[in-house]
Design a protein around this ligand. Structure first.
Ligand code: FEO
Length: 414
């Protein structure tokens, strides 16, 4: 693949779905590498378990087991560690290098055999020598698991990034200047794997960019030997915010609703009016009736607070609201303010169900959901406005946060 480096990965052209959710229209690759120094040989990552024999055959064609000294595991997910057990069975003397967070996962992977091996936890700045070559480790957590790290072969200028800067694209020509057009796969992979962690992506880019790598060797898809810096810059663009909104520093609150007979809409407008009374909060109101939720995902990614209004129909929230909430898996929602409200006729479970989902998305839900039976009267409209004011004040820090006991809330809602 390059001087002192051999690709020992596997092609999986028949794969059509990865990790249940990702489409892989022409398959993927599981890239693994051998790096040969004057006084040591390293294996960097392995492959998915069904490709173990293929991996071992490629490894044996380039190195003897007794000359291997180092195994680097940049990420412990099974598509990169499926051949670890088989490799260790043949080369039990290998020193294994993982990130600090990777240790626990490796313990689970190796089960009772964990203590048997020479395992070293590393972080940014740590190195291991292969004689005339040095492998330098960089801690790049959450791209996309807590354990992820990159490894830089300093003298060769090659950066091994595992999932980071990779994509699901299978082409035996291996290199980015030789394979077909994989731009869609590169961006699709970012959208579905890296986007929820984009602030960690930026941190990782800040760490690796100064290396000036001549080649980026990811764990999936083409090896980036032509203009690797262009892929780093493209990741930066993908990770950074869209057209900045002129909020003047104001917090943003998005209110979404669906209304069967106009009652929840009436509530939504009152919540919006109340929230708009608070300075330094920009409030937006959206009707989800037409069912197209995807355009709102980008807005939500950059919003500070979200409120969802839904009636209860057949004991459930309205499908469009669920569609929107399930679309948020691709973005970071942790720490945003969340709230739910809705009109109901009989049972009114929807509000608590939506709140539970918001908490599942790790949003903070500082105000108990607001439910109103049938249409809000004048007094209840004022309750809605107060609800909106409270949400806005939580955003501006004018309200002390309080935790909701979901058990009590559910009990109160029957
Ligand atoms: Fe390619 Fe996160 O595994």
């Amino acid at each position: 693949m390059a001087e002192r480096i051999t690709w020992i990965g596997a092609l999986d052209p028949a794969l059509r779905t990865f990790d249940v959710i990702l489409k892989t229209a022409n398959g993927t690759t599981y890239n693994a590498y051998v790096v040969r120094g004057s006084a040591g040989v390293a294996v960097i990552d392995t492959v998915k378990a069904p490709f173990t024999e293929e991996f071992l055959a490629k490894l044996e064609a380039t190195a003897r087991y007794d000359e291997l000294t180092v195994l680097v595991l940049n990420h412990l997910e099974p598509d990169h560690t499926g051949a670890v057990a088989a490799l260790l069975a043949r080369a039990p003397h290998l020193q294994i290098y993982v990130s600090t967070r990777g240790l626990q996962v490796l313990r689970g992977l190796l089960k009772g055999a964990f203590e048997r091996y020479d395992i070293r936890a590393v972080t940014t700045g740590d190195t291991v020598s292969l004689g005339d070559l040095t492998l330098r480790f960089l801690s790049t957590p959450y791209v996309h698991w807590p354990d992820t790290q990159c490894t830089f072969a300093e003298e060769l200028g090659v950066l091994f990034t595992c999932d980071f800067l990779g994509c699901h694209y299978c082409d035996e020509r291996l290199f980015n200047d030789a394979v077909g057009d994989f731009r869609f796969s590169f961006e699709y992979y970012f959208e579905h794997i890296m986007r929820p962690f984009r602030r960690y992506v930026v941190e990782a880019l800040d760490l690796i960019e100064p290396l000036g790598a001549q080649m980026i060797a990811p764990g999936h898809g083409p090896i980036l030997r032509a203009t690797p810096e262009a892929y780093i810059q493209h990741y930066r663009r993908l990770a950074n915010s869209r057209l900045a909104q002129a909020t003047g520093g104001a917090k943003t609150l998005l209110i979404f609703y669906v209304s069967a007979y106009g009652a929840t809409e009436q509530m939504a407008q009152a919540v919006c009016a109340g929230a708009s009374e608070i300075e330094d909060v920009r409030v937006s109101l959206f009707d989800l009736q037409d069912g197209d939720v995807q355009p709102f995902v980008d807005l939500i990614e950059e919003a500070d607070g979200l409120a969802f209004g839904t009636p209860t129909i057949n004991g459930d929230a309205v499908r469009t609201v669920w569609d929107l909430l399930s679309s948020l898996v691709d973005i970071e929602t942790k720490g945003k303010l969340g709230a739910a409200f809705g009109s109901f006729g009989w049972s009114g479970e929807a509000v608590a169900m939506v709140e539970a989902r918001l908490q599942g998305l790790k949003m903070r839900v500082p105000e108990p959901g607001l439910r109103i039976k049938m249409y809000p009267g004048a007094e209840e409209e004022e309750t809605c406005r107060a609800f909106g004011r409270s949400l806005a004040q939580h955003l501006t820090g004018q309200m002390a946060p309080r935790e909701i006991d979901m058990t009590e809330l559910l009990a109160a809602q029957g």
